[in-house]
Design a protein around this ligand. Structure first.
Ligand code: UGA
Length: 439
């Protein structure tokens, strides 16, 4: 089966490489010539554990190719995945310009029966727009080519995307015919040998499933952040509450970790987009509106704790920030809570010293030049009045607290992810603040 994947971003590249891994003949297409040339040399544009090996293996094995020519690449393909970006427009809704441009080019190029699968996260109704765009192109070139559209949202998590693709919890596919369903079933069969379901449904349901899944997960997080804040007022411990509720399988243990707000390119954008979709249909998603508002507030919680600790006077204080990426194992800093914290600290006159194991390059693009970019975790705390742990990278989990004690001017730790032991830190002589736990 010959497959084209349009867009070599995070989703497209992982999809192309993992499909090639099962022996499919895959061509990944992108308009960015530099990116494609670099991919041919094995240079991966994003940090995603395991992706470089899988790309290299399949490229060398001839199963994975790269091209900048959409029209040539899709001509002989039976399945084409659209995996280009859908950045939020000014009103927060997904900008479909790239998706529809790709659809038009597909319509201008295909020669035989093709299934065009949308993998980008797109609002309900987008597949119908893709179909119309392809149809129009075919009519314009007077070509009687059979094609179908399908929706196959992705549920990859940055940092564990390869494993999520190769061993998914489920695969969701919206189709309009048995023919498309059989072809896609064959394509995805190797990935559900673990017994997990391949769920076929109608296209609008598949499109909505993606938004509902991310919104549900975001809801769990905002709910727990609310409960954590309440714990602080009541003298309760959110760790105990989390374990207490999570042991009920109806609630579950995952995605109920409080922190300083969810970030990344997915939850914030998708929650806002679903609120917008509902509004367009004269419906208010009140729960999600609160989820979004709680998350915005939560991103300010750590700054408020730091300011309170220093009696409202942050001018001249030096704060070390560990972690800028929105979560560990990624260099993605989009909507990262660290950015909000750093901005507030700078505005209050504090000096900021940051360190992240992989996101420093990205951070240099967006952070003010007033920030000091440290060369290591220890370097960041030198001369600091406080340490703020923002992203729970493994290398931050067991710091040498005693050594750090000598390096810091003042000894206080703000733990935005509740990864440290309050008793241990207090014994060594640190003041300790965390989220919703007794400290
Ligand atoms: C999320 C979903 O988990 C994926 O299933 C989905 O495919 C993806 O969005 C997408 O739409 O592409 P991702 O954004 O990579 O994946 O990251 P998550 O691991 O879900 O974390 C999102 C945020 O929630 C992070 O800022 C993380 O720190 C935060 N989080 C997560 C918490 O604050 N508490 C938790 O218990 C879990």
């Amino acid at each position: 089966m010959k497959i084209a994947v349009i867009g070599t971003g995070y989703v497209g590249l992982v999809t192309g490489a993992c499909l090639a891994e099962t022996g499919a003949d895959v061509i990944c297409v992108d308009v960015n010539e530099i990116k494609i040339e670099r991919l041919k040399k094995g240079i991966i544009p994003i940090y995603e554990p395991g992706l470089d090996e899988i790309v290299e293996r399949n490229y060398k094995g001839g199963r994975l190719q790269f091209s900048t020519s959409l029209r040539e690449s899709v001509r002989e393909c039976s399945v084409i995945f659209i995996a280009v970006g859908t950045p939020p427009g000014e009103d927060g809704s997904a900008d479909l310009r790239h998706v529809l441009q790709v659809a038009r080019e597909i319509g201008a190029s295909i020669t035989g029966y093709t299934i065009v699968v949308t993998k980008s996260t797109v609002p309900v109704g987008t597949s119908a727009k893709v179909k119309a765009a392809i149809q129009l192109e075919l009519e314009q070139r007077d070509a009687a080519v059979e094609f179908e559209v399908a929706s196959n949202p992705e549920f990859l998590k940055e940092g564990s995307a390869i494993d999520d693709f190769l061993r998914p919890d489920r695969i969701v596919i919206g189709t309009e015919s048995d023919r498309a369903r059989e072809i896609l079933q064959k394509l995805y069969h190797p990935f559900v040998l673990n017994g997990h379901p391949l769920l076929f449904m109608d296209i609008p349901s598949a499109e909505l499933t993606k938004y509902a899944a991310n919104s549900m997960l975001a809801t769990k997080i905002s709910f727990m952040n609310d409960i954590a804040n309440l714990c602080e007022l009541l003298g309760a411990d959110v760790d105990a509450v989390r374990k207490g509720i999570g042991s009920d399988p109806r609630i579950g243990t995952r995605f109920i970790y409080p922190g300083i707000g969810y970030g990344g390119s997915c939850f914030p954008k998708d929650v806002k987009a679903l609120i917008g979709t509902a509004r367009e249909n004269n419906y208010e998603l009140r729960i999600l509106q609160s989820v979004d508002a709680v998350n915005d507030d939560q991103k300010h919680v750590m700054f408020a704790k730091i300011r309170r600790h220093f009696g409202g006077e942050l001018a001249g204080k030096t704060i070390a920030v560990w972690g800028i990426a929105f979560k560990p194992n990624t260099d993605d800093i989009r909507e990262a809570p660290a950015l909000v914290l750093i901005e507030s600290l700078l505005a209050a006159g504090a000096n900021v010293q940051v360190y992240d194991p992989v996101a420093m390059t990205e951070a240099r693009y967006v952070l003010s030049e007033n920030v000091l970019f440290a060369s290591s975790a220890l370097d960041a705390v030198k001369g600091a009045h406080a340490l703020a742990l923002v992203t729970e990278w493994s290398e931050f989990r067991l710091p040498d607290w005693k050594k750090m004690h000598d390096l810091m001017l003042n000894h206080v730790v703000f733990d935005g992810r509740n990864i440290y032991n309050p008793a241990e830190l207090q014994e060594i002589g640190y003041a300790y603040h965390c989220i919703g736990r007794m400290s």
